[in-house]
Design a protein around this ligand. Structure first.
Ligand code: GLN
Length: 399
């Protein structure tokens, strides 16, 4: 036995016992190991827009290479405020209501650390983006999951039960984490659903922490609504977003939280001691990104729509049942037809024998068995990548 493996358990925090390493990131490592096409982790395999890469290079050349203000470069905060006004009609004070972080990932965990006490609960719709579980635990809160049930027909949506949601709000509930457009389901929450959530937040005095990183990636006429815009929610909502998905720069790690001043100031303190600040030159480039014209976003969504419409038929031909997304760039699928005992074995087969990496569905559920006949594919990839994936999928046949 090596010394490292002999280390007594009491060296470690109890918190880390309650979650595993990210399965999404692990699948990327497996894709690299087996030379597979990575349809697992949601990052583009095509270049970021030339203008914003140039803006980043210009910022470095102009010596913007030291710390930005800890809660974000003024230029970026002003651009965020301008965009929230333009897209959501929300007036945000860039001096008091924005914290720029190292990605929306840090914005989420910094927010939870800033608002949660030990023993608090956080409501999370399930299936959920895997970070929300560990984020809640790290902040001392307990996640309480409410099921999103898959659509029965192609025109249906993932839905939740109102009574179950109300029940979930009655346990020392501090906040609900929302993610719309949703990862992994592609659900875009409707106004009616958001109003219902609003009513519960107001009735039980609960915060909404809303991850809107896919706000510009919408299909089939779906409309993104920020819950902060609903009556009664502005003062109890933390809206999280970032550059990664809208501008195809997931490696830049620039995201932000927008919240009322008192909450912002708490998030700023946490953020300052976690990371000091996000990369300064990339914040300048972020200000340029947020100034791109409206047509940029229409083209972005349209390009992803064609990619969705390329991947889904290939998956269906191979035997997957696809839950058609209305937003974001993932498709959840049912793998029952293949007769595998579970999603992890299926994903292993797919990456090793077929040459495609996906994410096992169980990583989006608290009880692994709930996702054991589902896997998620990301389609934020070049058309050539998706064509090659389609070719490889022909090797896969229902058993
Ligand atoms: N959001 C992306 C996904 O779900 C990747 C997130 C990450 O790995 N940081 O695949």
């Amino acid at each position: 036995m090596t010394q490292a493996s002999a280390q007594p358990k009491h060296y470690l925090s109890d918190k880390v016992e309650h979650f595993t390493e990210s399965v999404i990131r692990e699948m990327t490592r497996q894709a690299m190991q087996y030379g597979a096409i990575n349809l697992a982790q949601g990052f583009p395999d095509f270049p970021a827009p030339a203008e914003i890469k140039q803006a980043a290079q210009d910022a470095i050349a102009a010596d913007i290479n030291q710390y930005a203000i800890t809660w974000g470069a003024q230029s970026l905060r002003q651009a965020i405020a301008r965009q929230m006004q333009e897209w959501q009609g929300l007036h945000v004070d860039p001096e008091k209501e924005i914290v720029v972080c190292c990605g929306s990932t840090e914005a989420m965990v910094a927010t939870l650390l800033a608002v949660c006490n030990n023993g608090d609960e956080v409501v999370v719709f399930e299936p959920f983006y895997e970070n929300y579980g560990p984020d809640s635990i790290l902040s001392g809160a307990k996640p309480r999951f409410v099921k999103l049930r898959p659509p029965q027909t192609a025109d249906d949506e993932w839905t939740f039960n109102e009574i179950e949601l109300r029940e979930a709000f009655q346990h020392h509930t501090k906040a609900i984490i929302l993610n719309t457009p949703n990862n992994p389901t592609g659900k875009v929450f409707s106004r009616k659903e958001l109003e219902l959530i609003r009513d519960l937040c107001v009735e039980y005095n609960v915060l909404a922490i809303t991850d809107e990183i896919y706000e510009h990636i919408l299909y089939d006429g779906a409309q993104h609504i920020s819950i902060a815009c609903l009556d009664g929610m502005r003062e109890r909502t933390i809206t999280i977003n970032g550059l990664s998905k809208s501008y195809s720069v997931t490696g830049w790690r620039v995201g932000w939280a927008v919240a009322p001043p008192a909450i912002t100031s708490a998030i700023r303190k946490v953020h300052d001691f976690l990371t000091v600040g996000a990369p300064a030159p990339l914040q300048e480039a972020g200000a340029a990104a947020l100034s791109l014209p409206a047509v940029y976003y229409h083209e972005l969504a349209e390009r992803y729509r064609t990619r969705r419409d390329r991947l889904i038929p290939a998956l269906e031909n191979a035997g997957f049942r696809c839950f058609r997304p209305r937003g974001a760039y993932y498709v959840m699928t049912d793998i029952t037809a293949f007769g595998f005992p579970d999603d992890v074995e299926f994903a292993r087969h797919l990456v090793q024998e077929v040459g495609i990496a996906c994410v096992p569905g169980s990583s989006f559920y608290k009880h692994r068995k709930d996702g054991s006949q589902q896997v998620r594919f990301a389609f934020c990839k070049r058309p050539e990548t998706l064509d090659e994936a389609a070719r490889r999928l022909e090797k896969l046949r229902p058993r």
